[in-house]
Write a protein that binds this ligand. Sequence first.
Ligand code: GUN
Ligand code: ZN
Length: 427
Amino acid sequence: MIKKASIAIKADFLHFLSESEMVYIPQGMLWIENGKVKMIGLEAEVTPHLPKSLEIKDYTGKIIFPGFIDGHVHAVQTQAIASYGKQLLDWLETYTFPLEQKFENEDFARHSIRFFLNQLLKNGTTTAAIFPSRHPEATAILFEEALALNMRILAGKTNMDRNAPAALCDDTKLTYSDNQQLIEKYHNIGRLNYAITPRFAITSSEEQLEALGELKKTYPKMTVQTHVSESKQEVESVKKLFPKAKNYLDVYDGYGYLGKGSLMAHGIYFEEEAWKRLSETQTSIVHCPSSNLFLGSGLFNMQKCRDYNIPLALGSDVGGGSSFSMFKTAAEAYKVASLQNIEFTARNAFYLLTLGAAKALNQDAFIGNFEIGKEADFVVIEAEATELMQERLSVSNTIDELLFVLIMLGDERNIQSVYLQGEEVKK
Ligand code: GUN
Ligand code: ZN
């Protein structure tokens, strides 16, 4: 039975009402009823409204943010994190594909997926768009474990049927039915959302991409998540495999994958035409800076999303990315932006980790900030968790400075506690 708490939380709060409206409430109070936000404001304003018997949890001096959102991560690559010396296509072949085959074993899959979800929560990530392996059974395990934790996730069996080891290739004829069975069992159960998940154009035949397009027609509002334009070698390979497509994005466009809430990870090598098409269709991009640097893929141009008004989220992309921490992911985004002379403030970062990502994942009706009625997922932050942060923050004067230090120096040690719908899951 999923627990949805009624409780009041006393702390400093920070959230966004829009990209340009950050709200900071020092000495605030958050009132949660049945797992949803009932009221938020200054302690003195909210306290008189609280029912007499309501438990009040005191986090005086701590900052509370809405739960962080990881827009792109692999549930089946934890043991491949920090694997030396390869770029994308070789990295997949050498480390990732052998590991993903192990998820055929359900005991291993359960152990590894539990470990993975635990890593998300320890890092303050309460919602994620997740790629499991190609196995329907391992995908079901991911859904069951996330449901038991009451996490809001988007996930779907990873589909692939070529250019990979035989054990990782689907029987193409089962693509539609395997996905549909999982959709019927798990989509919209608790806080689970199914996402149609072609791995990328290289590992799916046209027949499989077509079947997934049919699925999207059957479930038009469903998220499609995939990888696109991540490395030069990959882009060249897609050109050869799909000679008739105008560009890489056009391959996915041809199958009807673009649209609000669809998640295109990476997008480093887009031509102007692709940016325009993303904008027209309001398709989201997930920027995965840690992965892009680690795999030597390239530098994503975040400014394009601003210029073209394209929804954007950040993704850890573990195991290509080398940390589950969304602080560290945002720190890498800062450096990638800095290398291109693009402004990326701490406010920009925290917006992207919360409300911005909620919008990109089309989940902003439920999560992303502390608006009344939203699900009360949040992280309690101890900013001075390390000696270095204490030393640095001893000379910090503004909230923006504190936020920037958190991003540049923060990690899981700063996550004091995590709540899902008002229930504490990490102490
Ligand atoms: N492209 C296709 N598969 C993958 C993957 O597992 N990780 C990354 N980073 N890129 C991909
Ligand atoms: Zn990925």
